[in-house]
Design a protein around this ligand. Structure first.
Ligand SMILES: C[S@@+](CC[C@H](N)C(=O)[O-])C[C@H]1O[C@@H](n2cnc3c(N)ncnc32)[C@H](O)[C@@H]1O
Length: 242
């Protein structure tokens, strides 16, 4: 069940929508330090730190995602999961006057953080919900964005998230994914990333072992899939056209 965040940003708009979704075990167990702990936001919500974690590629990754979504941003866009940094404020700047942006995230602390980063804007809605069980209707968005979410999810959740993203996007619309990818054999950061994944990001190595296509639902077809990688293959962009 999702919860809309209104003007004072954390109040459910209707009592019947007040049941919060369950926080997934993988977030509590493996990512408490990054997202769940109330102090996580104070540590990680720094542009320079986000850029450092991405080895100086933050702007490029953010801009590639925005270009793939379209500029200006028309119709209805769903951003699945909040992100540290200024991606969402930048998306809002690109919204056409009658366009809409909805950001869904499972954690109120992350939605609260996002609400402090963005201006009051009637075109923007923040919703508490689970990426693997969205409450949006079929074909209700023109674009869906998954920015560095899938590598944090166990396989079943990753599959469900992709299925949901494809379900809620309109025919002709697109799902834009930016995430990790297997780097080239002699990439100098390969050992470091392997070490980080082994200690902190237990599901991320899947994206080195498998193309994202392996997690797409077999019964939902895409008209076209565009793929690109960069920074020695460490990052990938996938655009799924419905
Ligand atoms: C998008 S991911 C990674 C973002 C990346 N590290 C960054 O900040 O640029 C982090 C967000 O995903 C959210 N998240 C993780 N699993 C989720 C799920 N099943 N449903 C909705 N949000 C989820 C977390 O609450 C967190 O806010």
């Amino acid at each position: 069940m999702s919860r809309l965040l209104t003007e004072d940003r954390l109040q459910p708009v209707a009592p019947e929508l007040a049941t919060a979704p369950v926080i997934p075990a993988y977030l509590e167990h493996h990512y408490w330090w990054a997202y769940v702990h109330p102090r996580a936001v104070h540590v990680f919500e720094r542009d320079w730190l986000v850029n450092l974690i991405l080895f100086g590629n933050y702007r490029r990754l953010r801009d590639r995602a925005m270009m793939a979504l379209g500029s200006p941003l028309a119709g209805s866009t769903l951003q699945v999961a909040c992100v540290y940094g200024n991606l969402t404020p930048r998306l809002i700047q690109r919204l056409e006057p009658d366009a809409k942006l909805c950001v869904v995230d499972i954690l109120p602390v992350q939605l609260g953080n996002l609400s402090r980063k963005i201006p009051d804007d009637a075109r923007v809605t923040l919703v508490q919900g689970d990426s693997s069980a969205l409450t949006d209707s079929d074909a209700s968005h023109d674009q869906v964005l998954l920015f560095f979410l899938l590598h944090e999810q166990p396989e079943n959740t990753r599959r469900a998230t992709l299925r949901e993203a494809l379900r809620v996007v309109k025919p002709g619309g697109r799902v834009v994914i930016v995430d990790y990818h297997r780097p080239h054999r002699w990439h100098p950061l390969r050992p470091l990333m392997k070490w980080i994944f082994a200690r902190l990001e237990p599901f991320a190595h899947d994206l080195w072992e498998h193309p994202l296509d392996d997690y797409l639902p077999a019964d939902i077809t895409c008209q076209r899939i565009q793929r690109s990688t960069w920074f020695g293959g460490l990052y990938q962009l996938l655009v799924l056209e419905r």
